[in-house]
Design a protein around this ligand. Structure first.
Ligand code: AGP
Length: 606
């Protein structure tokens, strides 16, 4: 999960590149570098282990008229974290400089063949093979050669390459891993993430798989690997400044949690006519024309938890049997693709390699694919037959919060639309739509609980183990909270359906192992009170998430309140208060919340 940032143009500054790399810092990485070349072939290279700020301190501002720059943050896969393994990797004749994201799966064979031809390797990386292959296969010019070596590389990759003998061009290539071209007044950019170009470019073009871009002094050209020139539409960035308001909050994660009510509204407001109670999305009107008898949802991490929550909606409201799979498992399991099944792929980034690979397999077998994606024009949005954007704006930091709410909102709309088609009781449908109209307000009220949540979370921060217990709709929400807690506090937690404890995990419990039970006013309320008694009989600590004015409030060690809402809508509220709980706990523990250790925002390696 390395990330690429490059520039070719007239403004002679290193700051652009360093700032570009800083914009990629929301992903975990362990080293960074930049490489610069001038039109008269002067080169400059700086590498640093760890932070971009270390690199910035090392870089000398120099007066050479540099023209092309490439930079990279490395997330080590092949070989340890040291400057030798840091990119750019270069050919033996030190003519070709390569930056690479993702993994060359056949690199051992390629390396063995090259070693037989007396090429020496200085790093442990798979990426160095690419530089040596370019040298070994060089023919005519860099473009011709890269087209040729793409036939040898077993994917996947995004590349940016500079030829020292022809420093006026920078070439990028993509198979599987994201790569976008940015068009600005002062030149052209290449990046792994369009969001890094948002404030510096006018437009951008996402490359498709098996495409190359040649960036030159005054123009750019895009080709397919089989040498056909491609005409591309210029895309515009949404009018949204991610840095706006950050100063009000201690961390971006907190800022993103506080955006939840607006994100929710953004995902549904223009897709529902609250007067007529109609769901107006054209995409969903198209979707209901299909005869869907089964749903399979494929996603990872938080997006998987959104899918699990939605499976309850699809079965309860739409009357359609639904299975949910973690992408990594789905890829290798036996698949029964048929034309009566809807395959839903959920991804905030739209670039998660495991999910993307599954999508390609289902597409190849003509399955009806539907994407729920946040990042506009990302690969999953482009490759699914139909898709809806969650419109959660840019989610910058690793722990997904507001994007989860956007995903839930869109999934609920789909389940309601399919529900009506499948004979859902109209009174029930109308009632849910009426409550949806008030949900933004309820979300806001949940955030108003933040002071109380902060006090409780600080009290529980000393516990390194926790149980999260619930059943039915809120079971996946407990799973999502447990994931959040692991990511940002590094504490251990287990998720169980409340009554499942007695089948084994009860033995883990002692006074150092508190439980969070989620028990708003629902049909399971009384049953959960029995679970409370069971737990208290053993002197465990219990925090409850409750609906306001709960008559048994005094029974619990601590309580977090949510507004009274329809049962099917409680996942939105519980997720929001629990995100706050995890955040405050991590903050109390002085964790690096926005950049948790070892994690990347977008997981573009398998
Ligand atoms: C969530 O907090 C995580 N950072 C992670 O689990 C994430 O949801 C997962 O990697 C999937 O990402 P995607 O939604 O971009 O596909």
């Amino acid at each position: 999960m390395c990330w690429i940032f490059g520039y070719i143009g007239w403004e002679n500054t290193q700051n652009k590149l360093i700032n570009g790399l800083k914009n990629l810092e929301y992903r975990w990485y362990d080293s960074a570098w930049i490489f610069e070349i001038s039109k008269d072939k002067n080169t400059y290279l700086a590498k640093a282990v760890w932070k971009v700020s270390n690199l910035a301190n090392k870089v000398q501002e120099n007066q050479n008229n540099y023209f092309a720059w490439i930079g990279h943050t490395r997330w080590a896969t092949h070989g340890g974290v040291n400057e030798n393994n840091c990119h750019p990797h270069f050919s033996s004749n030190e003519r070709f400089f390569v930056v690479h994201n993702w993994i060359i799966e056949n690199y051992i064979d390629l390396k063995n063949n090259l070693e037989k031809k007396w090429y020496n390797f200085y790093s442990e990386t798979d990426s160095e093979v690419i530089a040596k292959l370019i040298e070994d296969n060089f023919e005519k010019d860099l473009l011709t050669t890269i087209k040729k070596i793409t036939e040898l590389l077993q994917w996947a990759y995004a590349l940016a390459v500079i030829d020292k003998e022809n420093p006026k061009t920078l070439i990028g290539a993509k198979v599987g891993s994201p790569l976008v071209v940015g068009i600005a007044k002062d030149g052209f950019y290449i990046s792994s993430d369009p969001n890094t170009l948002r404030t510096i470019c006018e437009n951008f073009i996402p490359l498709q798989d098996n495409e190359l871009v040649v960036l030159a002094e005054n123009n750019y050209e895009i080709y397919s690997f089989d040498d056909k020139k491609q005409e591309k539409k210029l895309l515009e960035f949404e009018n949204y400044d991610t840095n706006k308001w950050k100063w009000e909050y201690k961390h971006y994660m907190l800022k993103e949690i506080f955006e939840i009510p607006s994100v929710f509204e953004n995902a549904i407001a223009w897709r529902i006519n609250f007067q007529t109670k109609e769901i107006t999305s054209n995409t969903l009107s198209e979707l209901v024309k299909y005869d869907i008898k089964k749903i399979e949802i494929i996603a990872s991490g938080t997006s998987y938890n959104a899918g699990l929550t939605a499976s309850y909606w699809f079965e309860d409201l739409s009357n359609i049997p639904t299975s949910v799979y973690v992408s990594t498992e789905y890829k290798y399991k036996k698949k029964f693709i048929d034309d009566k099944t809807l395959y839903i792929f959920i991804s905030q980034s739209g670039e998660t390699a495991d999910t993307l690979e599954c999508l390609k397999i289902v597409n190849a077998r003509w399955g009806l694919t539907f994407g729920i994606v946040n990042v506009v024009a990302s690969s999953i949005a482009q490759l699914t037959k139909m898709w809806l954007y969650t419109h959660s704006w840019q989610e910058v930091w690793v722990a997904s919060t507001k994007a989860f709410i956007g995903q839930l909102a869109v999934l609920l709309l789909i389940s309601l639309k399919l529900g009506l088609k499948n004979g859902m009781d109209y009174g029930r449908y109308e009632n849910i739509i009426n409550h949806l109209a008030k949900l933004k307000q309820s979300l806001q009220e949940s955030l108003n609980e933040s002071v109380n949540i902060k006090i409780i979370s600080e009290k529980y921060a000393k516990y390194e183990n926790m149980f999260f217990l619930w059943r039915n709709y809120l079971f996946p929400i407990a799973g999502e909270w447990s994931l959040k807690l692991k990511e940002i506090t590094y504490h251990h937690s287990e998720v169980y359906s409340a009554w499942e404890l007695k089948h084994g995990p009860l033995s883990l419990i002692d006074k150092k192992f508190p439980s969070i039970l989620i028990n708003p006013q629902t049909f399971l309320y009384e049953k959960n009170i029995s679970t409370l008694k069971e737990i208290q009989a053993r002197n465990w600590k219990v925090i409850w998430v409750l609906t306001k004015w709960d008559k048994n409030e005094n029974l619990y060690d601590d309580s977090i309140f949510i507004s009274n809402q329809k049962w099917v809508l409680t996942p939105f509220l519980v997720a929001t208060v629990l995100d706050l709980f995890a955040y405050y706990m991590a903050d109390f523990l002085w964790r690096e919340i926005d950049k948790p250790r070892n994690l990347a925002k977008s997981v573009t390696v398998e």
